[in-house]
Design a protein around this ligand. Structure first.
Ligand SMILES: Cc1cc2nc3c(=O)[nH]c(=O)nc-3n(C[C@H](O)[C@H](O)[C@H](O)COP(=O)(O)O)c2cc1C
Length: 199
């Protein structure tokens, strides 16, 4: 079985999205995966890593209900190869961090999914049902009830980074499992297809 290559490209001004990106990368580590964690400020040295990935995960804070300026700048640099469609048929997924429960995070995830669509990538949704007990939503898996991608609620400090909420941590773990499943399933069926057609 070939390893699945998963890259996380993220922006963070105050460290909360960076913390989430590190947690997601750690949850993606397995004998079957190679994981790359790239801050947008280091993208110049890492284009070949992104181009060689099976799955690219986009992550940024929600600022004023949309992607942060740092992430938008990264998105726009991909215009230099967008017309070649280098990322066509790769898998894509996204996460966003903001300090309120809602905070218009959905709009950020929609912007990330649209960005992936412009690169003709396949979007992986969160795939983790919110858990209800006795008609009340719990503080556990997918407590922010997202479907488009991973949402995380942070503290609102620009000086410190508190621990991620346990429900969001569980959601990160479950999202990582889904990313691995999708990446590996597709990689191995493509390999089977290749070997069948080369017979
Ligand atoms: C300019 C600015 C705009 C923000 N807009 C929102 C917002 O629309 N919704 C929200 O819930 N939080 C908002 N926040 C809070 C941030 O999303 C939150 O602090 C986040 O954790 C910052 O991520 P970072 O530490 O990775 O930079 C905003 C913060 C800043 C500085």
């Amino acid at each position: 079985m070939q390893k699945g290559i998963i890259s996380i490209i993220y922006h963070s001004n105050h460290g909360h999205t960076e913390q989430a990106a590190h947690m997601l990368a750690a949850a993606l580590e397995s004998p079957h995966t190679v994981v790359h964690l790239i801050h947008v400020s280091n993208v110049k040295q890492n284009w070949s890593t992104l181009h060689g990935s099976d799955t690219i995960v986009f992550g940024c804070p929600t600022y004023f209900g949309n992607v942060s300026a740092g992430f938008k700048a990264f998105m726009e640099t991909t215009g230099s190869f967008w017309y070649k469609q280098l990322w066509k048929n790769k898998w894509a997924a996204g996460f966003t961090v903001s300090s309120t429960i809602g905070g218009d995070k959905l709009n950020t995830l929609q912007s990330l999914a649209l960005f992936a669509a412009q690169h003709s990538m396949h979007w992986i949704s969160l795939g983790v049902l919110p858990r209800y007990i006795n008609d009340e939503q719990t503080d556990g898996q997918n407590r922010l009830a997202s479907y488009m991608g991973l949402m995380i609620q942070s503290d609102n400090s620009q000086q410190r980074v508190d621990a991620i909420h346990p429900g969001d941590l569980l959601t990160i773990e479950l999202f990582a499992q889904r990313l691995m499943e999708v990446t590996l399933q597709s990689k191995n069926s493509l390999l089977q297809l290749d070997s069948a057609t080369s017979l």
